[in-house]
Design a protein around this ligand. Structure first.
Ligand code: NDP
Length: 372
């Protein structure tokens, strides 16, 4: 595990890859997965054939309601590899210059944007203008204004905008949410979200302000932000935050290394979170209520997610997150299904508003009020 971890960190992939699960072979949490499916299949083109794009593509091989049918890439050799590996026809292959032509391709329903964060805004807007549904990786963009522009563009084009919040379909996460809604934890008092890993290669895009939009907060801290919202079940009304930077060469101006941040919620509940690119072993959520608690650790890795509550171990099935996510997204796009926790652009804009507020709180040293 250690050598694989070192390898991944040198490559610069996210800590999420540290909790490696096989890409397929797990049963999905969707009840009807084993039944024959004769509804519409979401035909997806992936944009950005990198580390996570590859994981999604492989997981999609086990989907029943979604299918990888196209690619958009700046690297012709990858396109060739993907064509043979995933049986993608030449007519469904595009690059960043010509992908607007996808509007004339009736065999593609949606484009899944899995490129560096700073590119999502323009790419999603082009996808919307091409009349295709957009699925976009987190963070949806690098600030709330850009995020809102993406939401508006997709509305105007009458296409859906969904974001790759795969934890919103994860069975143990959903069980904690169910228990919280059923009052099994009593009044919620406190959430703790710890998300981080030690990042490798200093030349990677994740440490480039232009492409990443920030640092650890954009990449991994967002899990604690989003998690605090779905675990507590409320939207924060204030934010405080403090930054620590030990390496100003690796983490340049605008690229955060470690930020601790706190939220207050309307009920009086509070959250205390840590986002870092300089510590390992941080993938933990803890929710505390007057009658009980839930702990997920790992909480947002690729799985298996593990957890317990005051009632005992959580033993919901282990899933391949990306397989379930893509099948569920097909249902959202075709049947207007409503997931327990939304995965739409509006949901992502809320996280981006919170990120904006965290950066402002770091800069000013002051408590920042927010309204979502
Ligand atoms: P990678 O660097 O592995 O891949 C990004 C790909 O984007 C590249 O391989 C390249 O593909 C394309 N690309 C286009 N322009 C650029 C550019 N200027 N610089 C670098 N790459 C470029 O990144 P990841 O796959 O790890 O991350 C991509 C997105 O996915 C990010 O937004 C990240 O936050 C998100 N992500 C989400 C995860 C999740 O669990 N939901 C986990 C990991 C990442 P090509 O050569 O085909 O053009």
């Amino acid at each position: 595990m250690n050598s694989r971890r070192d390898f991944l960190q040198k490559l610069g992939v996210s800590a999420l890859a540290l909790h490696l699960a096989p890409l397929s072979g797990f049963a999905s949490c969707t009840d009807d997965r084993n039944k024959a499916y004769d509804g519409p299949v979401l035909r997806v083109a992936i944009m950005g054939l990198g580390s996570y794009g590859t994981r999604v593509a492989e997981a999609m091989q086990s989907c029943t309601k979604a299918k990888l049918v196209g690619v958009i890439s700046g690297t012709p050799s990858k396109v060739k590899d993907w064509q043979s590996k995933f049986k993608i026809p030449e007519k469904n292959c595009y690059n960043y210059e010509n992908f607007d032509n996808i509007k004339n391709n009736p065999d593609i329903d949606a484009v899944y944007v899995i490129t560096p964060n700073g590119l999502h805004h323009d790419q999603v807007i082009r996808v919307a203008k091409a009349g295709k549904h957009a699925i976009c990786e987190k963070p949806m963009s690098v600030n709330a204004q850009q995020g809102q522009e993406m939401v508006d563009a997709c509305k105007k084009a009458n296409v859906k905008l969904l974001v790759g919040y795969r934890m919103h379909f994860e069975p143990k996460t959903l069980e904690v949410i169910r228990m919280r809604k059923a009052g099994e934890f009593g009044k919620i008092m406190f959430f703790q979200g710890q998300c981080g890993f030690k990042i490798g290669d200093p030349t990677q895009w994740r440490l480039n302000k232009q492409l990443a939009g920030g640092g650890a907060m954009m990449d991994i801290g967002i899990y604690a932000i989003n998690g605090s919202r779905y675990m507590i079940g409320e939207e924060p009304v204030w934010v405080t935050a403090q930054e620590t930077k030990t390496d100003t060469v690796k983490f340049k101006e605008g690229v955060d290394e470690t930020i601790q941040f706190q939220f207050g919620f309307p009920s009086g509940a509070v959250a205390s979170c840590l986002s870092t690119y300089n510590m390992n072993n941080l993938d933990r959520f803890f929710l505390d209520g007057e009658k009980g608690f839930a702990e997920l650790q790992p909480s947002t890795g690729y799985g298996p997610i593990q957890g317990r509550t005051h009632k005992g171990e959580l033993n919901q099935p282990v899933t391949t997150h990306q397989t379930v996510q893509m099948d569920e997204m097909a249902g959202i796009i075709f049947s207007n299904n409503q997931p327990v926790v939304p995965v739409n652009g509006e949901e992502a804009v809320k996280d981006l508003k919170i990120i904006d507020a965290i950066y402002l709180a770091v800069k000013t040293g002051k408590k920042v009020d927010i309204s979502l």
